[in-house]
Ligand binder design. Sequence first.
Ligand code: SF4
Length: 495
Amino acid sequence: MDEQQRTKADSGAVAREADLEPTYTDKAGNVVKKRILTGDRTTGKLHLGHYVGSLRNRVKYQSIYDTFILMADVQALTTHWENPKILKESVREVALDYMAVGLDPYTGGPDDQTKAKIVVQSHVSAIAELTVLYGLVTPMSIVLDNPTTKAEAQQYGMGGEAAPAGPTEEKTDVTLITYIEESTIPQLTTEFSELGEIDANDIVLASRELLKTMDVSQAQEYQQTKAAAGRAAEAALDELSELIYTLEQSKTLRKDVRSLIIRHKRTAGIRQMTYGFLGYPVSQAADITFVNAHLVPVGEDQVPHIELTREIARRMNKQYGGRRRILVEPQALIGGATIKGLDGNAKMSKSLGNAVYLSDSDQDIWSKVKKAVTDPQRVRKDDPGRPEICTIFAYHQQFNATTEPNIAAADLNVPAVEETAQMCRTAGIGCVECKQNLAAKLKAMLDPMRERRSKWEKDIPGLMDILKAGTGRGNEEGNATADRVKTAMHVDYWK
Ligand code: SF4
């Protein structure tokens, strides 16, 4: 465990070994399974990155913990709201992927906690209800400072761009704009180089805000400067023009405008985000707590979200719980691996076009794998290679007879991982052969998955029944949680 992980573990956000005990004893003395909440945004079929990052562990955990798997279709809409049609197909594809990898789903009837409940988010109204209630206790600072939101905003092109001009300029006098461009901007940018490039719109926005929010000392400074400038009698000037002309004589007011411009620039990217996208961490807190999950299997990069969910649960418990704990503070179960994309990019991703899908055919896989990036220094077969920097070798490390029972069962005549590394370093194997070995292992791993997928492809109504059954259990749990929260908040008028 590195220092960063240790700090997170110390804060309680990351589960330690003792937290991974599969059961606990409830107040009535019953030994019950701990609950896991995991899931996927339904934005398309799943790939090998999803498999090593999460799906592989899910299959393992489903018999150990009481498992709920959320198909996060509403979360998918936070970035795909313009194209909702993809959701229907995606939900079906992801459900097929779940069946293919070997999830053992709950299909209705009494829940003995040995089956994975697959829940469709949009059909659990308690999640939306809890999102609204949690929003009441979540300060914007927590949402805005969430690093994952910032990173996702950048990924989806929603951050760091200038705010749209909006209606500000259209009502502003042309003479004033000219004055701002020729006088105010040069003065401000010379005085405050940290402002960088600014335009008339920045000055107008900041000045309008200053007019609205002036405190007593700012108002005094404004009136005194105006009077000294001898423009008090020029009643024809509107307030905005008056302030902007006055800036020239008051460094204090210029400093105030400078601060407002900097603040506006910081929030420019946020202004472009939808309310739904910005609220993602809060709704994710509802996604996790609607079943009162104890553990959430995530990668390191998702720990800030778990921290936020814990913070919200703490706030709800403190504010409304009294001596009772109304929500479980979940912990991150760090596990799973990451793999690079075939192009060597740090992340395998549909949008980057560098993914191998679980539903790809052998031909598709080979045509992708044969073009994959290897060690660029290995130009000829007799050049020694560096497996540690090779994408294909990273895949060998993830998909081999030790990690995958299906590969072990196939008993392939291919070198083991360390042997591959050794052969690469000594130029004992060519990259084409090395890639063929990988393709053979992927085939061995995926063939049984294809069989299961094929079975369910012929029974889509049966597949949908599984989603309905899991969603039904999700609704039972979600309604109970929402009831408990509303009662604690005294929103229980009919009780
Ligand atoms: S032999 Fe294999 S591990 Fe070595 S560079 Fe080629 S593909 Fe990569």
